[in-house]
Design a protein around this ligand. Structure first.
Ligand code: C2E
Ligand code: MG
Ligand code: MG
Length: 585
C-alpha cells in the first residue's frame, strides 16, 4: 500500500513509502522514528479512518474516511484546531464526544465504543506515537449511512434500483477492512408466482403488494444493510455484517417468514412465498455483477428445488447453470432446425390385448449426442419458455400422424402444466384438430398430478373446455404426486395411468400390487379406465390384470417406435392379438 494512493488524506502527505513498512510491521505504539511524516505514513499504511493528534491534542491530520464517520466536512482542518472543537462540529452526541476526548487523553493504548449521530457503532482505538503524539483509529461497525439514492431510487418502492445496488456493492468491494470492508453477503429474493397476483387482481394491486414488500424488507434489516428492487418482483439486499453462511441463511429464513406473511392490499388477503439465493464476497466473487449473478444462480437452484426455499451459491451450481445455458441455446436451435420428433408407444386393451392407440413421446435428435430423452430437456424447455411452442408442435404433429392410422386408433399427447399457464393450450388443440381433421375423440391429453396442483382451478377450467370439444383426458403417472385419491373426484378423467414404479416392483412387490389394486378399484367405481404403465414381463401383465387394470402399456407390447415403423407395428398387432398367452396368477 502506498501512502497518498491507498486513501486520500485531508491534508497532503509527502510520499514516504520506503519507510512505511517498518512502521506497519511493528506494533504501532512502539514504532521507531519521530518525524511527522513517519506518523502520517503510518496512518496511511494503516488505511482508513484516523485522526492524528499533536502533543497538545491539536488535530494534525484527519483522513477523509474519519471525516465521513464523524460527519464533518472533509476539507482540511484549520491549523491547530483542537480535538474538542473538531468533535463539537461532528455529529457525535455528547457522550460519544466525551468518550473520544477521554480516550485521546489516555496514556498508552486504549479503546472505546461510540455511537455516531446516525446511530452506527464506531470502535475507536488510541495508538500512542512518539513525541507524545496520538492517533485515534476509528472503525465503523458498519459503513457510514448510504448517500441518498438520487437517480438510483426505484420509483415504485423508493429502494435502490439495480444500478444503485450494483454501485453500492462495487463501492463496498472497494472498501478496506478499516473502512468497514471485508466479507459481506448479497441476497437475491424473488416472490414466488407473483405474476398470478398481477394477472388475477390487476397491476395496481400488484404494485401495492410490491410497496408493502419493500416496507417490510426495510423494516426487517439492520441499519447499514441495503435493500434494493432489481426489477419486477425481484429484490436484493447487501448484508454488511454477520456474513457466515449459517448467519446469512438464518437472516434469509427470517426474511422469508416476515415477507411471506399475508398482505392486505385494498383489504384483499394475498399470500406469497419467496425464494432466496445467497452469495458471499469475497468467496463467490470480487465484482458486483459476478456476485449478483451467482446469487441469482443460487436463487434459481432454490426455485428449482420447489420454491419457498433458500440456497447459498456453490461452484456445482455454476457448472449446472452453464450446462443448462448451453442446453437452452441448443434447444432453441433444435426447435428452429426441427430436430424434434415423436415416437409412438402402443397402448393395449385387456383382456384380449387389442391395440387401441399410441402415446406420442417426444425425442430430441441431437446431432452430436444422439436421441435425448424428454426427462432431460422438457424441464429446461419449461424454464426458458419454450414448452408452449414445442407443445403446440407436438400436438400438431401427433394429430397429423394419427390421421394416417386406421380409425378408431387414438393418440395420447403429454402436456406440461406450464402449457396451461403460458401457452394457449385450447387454441393449440383446436388448431391441431382443425388443420388435420382428426376426430376429437381420437385425441387424448395426458396431464400429470403435479401439473394439476399448480393452479387447479384454471387448469380444471381448461380441461372442462377440452372435454366439451370431445377430447379425452388422462391423468398420467398417478400415485407419484402429492395429491390423494380424492383428487380424482375433482375431474371426470377418462383414464388413469398407473405409474410404472408400482408395476415394476420398485416400490416393493406387495405394496405395488396393493396400490395397483386400490387405483384400479377406484377407477372402476368412478367409471374411469385404468392403464398400467411400464409392463415389461408376462408376470407383470398377469399381475396388473388380476388387480383389475383394464389396459396396459409397456415394453412387453412394444417400445416407443419411429413413425416409419408404425405400419408394421399396427399390422403385427392385428396378427398377434389372439396369440399372447395368458399366465394364470
Ligand atoms: P410418461 O408420459 O409417463 O411416458 C412414459 C415413459 O415411460 C416414456 O419415457 C416411455 O418410453 C417409458 N416406458 C414405457 N414403457 C416402458 C417400460 O416398459 N419400461 C420402462 N422402463 N419404461 C417404459 P420417455 O419417452 O422417456 O418419456 C418420459 C416422460 O417425458 C414422459 O413420461 C412424459 O412425462 C414426458 N414427455 C414425453 N413426451 C412429452 C411431450 O411431448 N411433452 C411433454 N410435456 N412431456 C413429454
Ligand atoms: Mg404420458
Ligand atoms: Mg406416465
Amino acid at each position: 500500500m502506498t501512502p497518498g494512493t491507498a486513501l486520500s488524506l485531508a491534508r497532503p502527505v509527502r510520499d514516504r513509502a520506503a519507510r512505511v513498512p517498518a512502521f506497519a510491521n511493528g506494533a504501532a505504539g512502539e514504532a521507531p522514528g519521530d518525524s511527522e511524516d513517519e506518523a502520517a505514513g503510518l496512518l496511511a499504511a494503516l488505511g482508513g479512518a484516523a485522526v492524528l493528534l499533536g502533543a497538545d491534542l491539536g488535530v494534525d491530520l484527519l483522513t477523509e474516511a474519519a471525516a465521513r464517520l464523524l460527519g464533518v466536512a472533509a476539507h482540511p482542518t484549520g491549523a491547530g484546531e483542537k480535538l474538542k472543537d473538531l468533535l463539537d462540529r461532528s455529529h457525535l452526541g455528547p457522550a460519544a464526544r466525551q468518550a473520544l476526548g477521554s480516550l485521546a487523553r489516555l496514556d498508552g493504548k486504549g479503546s472505546a465504543c461510540l455511537r455516531s449521530g446516525a446511530g452506527a457503532k464506531i470502535l475507536a482505538r488510541r495508538v500512542a506515537l512518539p513525541h507524545r503524539r496520538t492517533a485515534l483509529l476509528l472503525t465503523p461497525d458498519r459503513p457510514p449511512p448510504e448517500a441518498p439514492l438520487g437517480q438510483h431510487a426505484d420509483p415504485l418502492t423508493g429502494l435502490a434500483d439495480r444500478a444503485g445496488f450494483i454501485a453500492a456493492v462495487t463501492a463496498r468491494l472497494g472498501q478496506t477492512p478499516a473502512e468497514g470492508g471485508g466479507a459481506f453477503g448479497v441476497l437475491v429474493l424473488d416472490l414466488d408466482r407473483f405474476h398470478v397476483v398481477n394477472d388475477t387482481l390487476g397491476p395496481a394491486i400488484g404494485d401495492q403488494v410490491l410497496i408493502a414488500v419493500a416496507a417490510r424488507l426495510r423494516a426487517a434489516l439492520r441499519a447499514g444493510d441495503l435493500p434494493a428492487r432489481l426489477n419486477g418482483d425481484e429484490f436484493a439486499v447487501l448484508i454488511h455484517a454477520g456474513t457466515g453462511v449459517a448467519e446469512l441463511e438464518a437472516l434469509a429464513r427470517r426474511l422469508m417468514d416476515t415477507l411471506g406473511r399475508p398482505y392486505l392490499p385494498d383489504g384483499q388477503p394475498v399470500s406469497l412465498s419467496l425464494s432466496v439465493g445467497i452469495a458471499r464476497a469475497p468467496e463467490d466473487g470480487t465484482a458486483a455483477d459476478t456476485l449478483l449473478r451467482r446469487a441469482a444462480i443460487a436463487l434459481h437452484a432454490a426455485k428449482a428445488a420447489g420454491r419457498a426455499r433458500l440456497a447459498a451459491f456453490t461452484p456445482e451450481m455454476q457448472a449446472r447453470s452453464e450446462t443448462r445455458r448451453q442446453m437452452e441455446t441448443d434447444l432453441r436451435r433444435a426447435f428452429a432446425l426441427r430436430q424434434f420428433e415423436l415416437h409412438y408407444q402402443p397402448q393395449v386393451e385387456l383382456p384380449d390385448n387389442r391395440l387401441f392407440g399410441f402415446e406420442a413421446l417426444l425425442r430430441w435428435r441431437h446431432p452430436a449426442r444422439g436421441f435425448i430423452p424428454p426427462d432431460q430437456f422438457v424441464p429446461v424447455a419449461e424454464e426458458v419458455g419454450l414448452i408452449a411452442p414445442i407443445g403446440a408442435w407436438v400436438l400438431a404433429a401427433a394429430c397429423a400422424e394419427a390421421t394416417r392410422w386406421p380409425a378408431p386408433l387414438t393418440v395420447a399427447v403429454n402436456v406440461s402444466g406450464l402449457q396451461f399457464e403460458q401457452g394457449d393450450l385450447l387454441g393449440a388443440v383446436a388448431s391441431a384438430l382443425d388443420r388435420t381433421g382428426l376426430a376429437p375423440e381420437r385425441l387424448e391429453i395426458e396431464i400429470t398430478e403435479s401439473a394439476l396442483l399448480v393452479n387447479p382451478e384454471a387448469t380444471l377450467g381448461i380441461l372442462h373446455q377440452l372435454r366439451e370439444r370431445g377430447v379425452r383426458i388422462a391423468m398420467d403417472d398417478f400415485g407419484t404426486g402429492y395429491s390423494s385419491l380424492t383428487r380424482l373426484q375433482s375431474f371426470p378423467f377418462d383414464r388413469i395411468k398407473i405409474d410404472r414404479s408400482f408395476v415394476s416392483g420398485r416400490r416393493g412387490l406387495a405394496e405395488g400390487r396393493a396400490i395397483v389394486r386400490a387405483i384400479a378399484g377406484l377407477g372402476a367405481s368412478l367409471g374411469m379406465r385404468t392403464i398400467a404403465e411400464g409392463v415389461e414381463t408376462e408376470e407383470q401383465l398377469a399381475s396388473v390384470r388380476a388387480e383389475g387394470c383394464t389396459e396396459v402399456q409397456g415394453y412387453l407390447f412394444g417400445r416407443p417406435a419411429a413413425v416409419c415403423d408404425l405400419p408394421a407395428v399396427i399390422a403385427g398387432f392385428g396378427r398377434r392379438a389372439a396369440q399372447v398367452t395368458e399366465i394364470p396368477v
